[in-house]
Design a protein around this ligand. Structure first.
Ligand code: NAD
Length: 411
């Protein structure tokens, strides 16, 4: 199923609930701008490699557009378009003064040397530098990119436009980045898990968690869940899953990943299972934190967890979502669950514009404050309107974007 179909499906369901007219639906669903640029580099072996870079700017009615840059071989216009729309609803759900955008390059970052990665980034920014900016569209990290990539984005943009640290977030702390930005999405997932488990009258100590994906989001989520005393029984990455019924030694797994360039391959202190098996484990909480579309109609029935937190973007397609809903599974949707990243990005942007450095304590405190307020609002709306948490989050986000669009004037 096309990624855009899934987000559009949720959009229409929520739009029905808030009785949005067809004309406003069409307006809100249509991206403001989509660009595709050539990203050609000379590889270390002298060969020319050509990739395609995308940037979709979905909506700016609530502020400058905001969204990550993904480097992955599956990146295409459909995926980027869908993720850009998700960003619009996400920034609105947490009430940040932003719109939504997304970008990416269809390249496998693992196939690139550091120099090649830098070239891909600089060439991509050459192609889109006129379309982004601190008051227009502010990229950030996503799958396959990191703080180093963001430093190159800033540096390349500055060559054209002068010193502008606020053009991109997720930068290294030494390069105008924010203390705590890197951990923020995973920490946000932890904050959400804590709130949700509380509302469901579940104790963290009695919660067995399976986590798919051990990159930026998955590893930080594992750390904070472990600190909350949840029992993380399985984690995974591209190399497969690692399972221990008594709970993994998460500090040990984290150290192992750190010593092996972020990879879990070869970890021997746990049973090796497949990613598919991980999704079907008998656990209390399942957290997909890798790719989109991993739970579909084909495997939804195998999911045994009664609660799912979508740390990844769009990990459940809409048919699977219906099946899970009917089976009574509580799903905390991506646009709320992983909003910690964009919230900390907002703090970084504010810090850059203030030219005043925030402390880690302040970042963590304000992150908790913003995310808690958004969680409570969505929870209340879901209870009031008797809809799922996903529907409530979409209704809240779309309603805010719709109101801003109408207030700003359409013609
Ligand atoms: P990352 O590149 O740091 O890590 C991705 C992880 O997923 C790695 O462990 C990788 O091995 C694993 N993975 C890749 N393909 C897999 C597969 N087929 N099966 C199992 N595991 C696989 O990416 P990230 O930044 O942690 O992002 C993960 C998800 O969270 C993405 O969906 C992203 O859009 C979303 N997200 C990230 C942020 C952020 O701040 N980084 C913010 C919001 C949402």
């Amino acid at each position: 199923m096309k990624a855009f179909e899934t987000t559009a499906h949720y959009f229409h369901r929520a739009a029905d609930q808030i009785e949005l007219s067809d004309n406003i639906r069409r307006l809100l669903l249509t991206p403001k701008r989509e660009v595709q640029v050539q990203v050609a580099i000379e590889r270390d072996n002298g060969e020319i490699a050509t990739y395609i870079g995308y940037r979709v700017q979905h909506d700016d009615s609530r502020g400058p557009m905001k969204g990550g840059l993904r480097y992955h071989p599956d990146v295409d216009i459909d995926e980027v378009r869908s993720l850009a729309a998700l960003m619009t609803w996400k920034t609105a759900v947490v009430d940040l003064p932003y719109g939504g955008a997304k970008g990416g390059v269809n390249v496998d970052p693992r196939s690139l040397s550091a120099r090649e990665m830098e070239m891909v980034t600089r060439k991509f920014i050459d192609g889109i530098h006129d379309l982004i900016g601190p008051d227009i569209d502010i990229p950030a990290p996503d799958m396959g990119t990191n703080d180093k990539v963001m430093a190159w984005v800033m540096n390349q943009y500055n060559k054209y436009h002068g010193f502008s640290p606020a053009v991109v977030t997720g930068k290294p702390v030494e390069m105008h980045g924010l203390p705590g930005r890197e951990e923020a999405t995973g920490r946000g997932v932890g904050i959400m898990a804590y709130k949700l488990l509380g509302r469901l009258h579940r104790k963290p100590q009695q919660t067995r968690v399976a986590l798919q994906g051990f990159g930026n989001v998955g590893s930080h989520a594992a750390k904070i869940l472990h600190e909350m005393e949840c029992k993380v029984v399985a984690v995974s990455d591209l190399s497969g899953g690692y399972y221990c019924a008594e709970g993994l030694n998460i500090p040990h797994v984290l150290r192992y990943a750190l010593e092996h360039r972020g990879q879990l391959a070869g970890y021997r202190e746990a049973e090796h299972i497949s990613n598919e098996e991980l999704l079907a484990l008998d656990v209390d909480l399942l957290i997909p934190a890798a790719l989109g579309g991993v739970i579909t109609a084909a495997n939804a029935e195998k999911v045994r967890a009664p609660v799912i937190i979508e740390a990844a973007n769009a990990p459940i397609d809409h048919e699977a979502d219906d099946m899970l809903h009917h089976a009574g599974v509580v799903v905390l949707p991506d646009i709320l669950a992983n909003a910690g990243g964009v919230t900390a990005s907002y703090f970084e942007w504010v810090q850059n514009r203030q030219h005043y450095r925030w402390s880690l304590d302040r970042v963590r405190q304000e992150l908790e404050h913003v995310l808690t307020a958004a969680f409570e609002k969505v929870w209340e709306l879901a209870a009031q309107r008797k809809v799922s948490l996903r529907m409530a989050a979409y209704m809240l986000g779309i309603g805010r974007v719709g109101r801003a669009t109408v207030l700003g004037g359409i013609i």
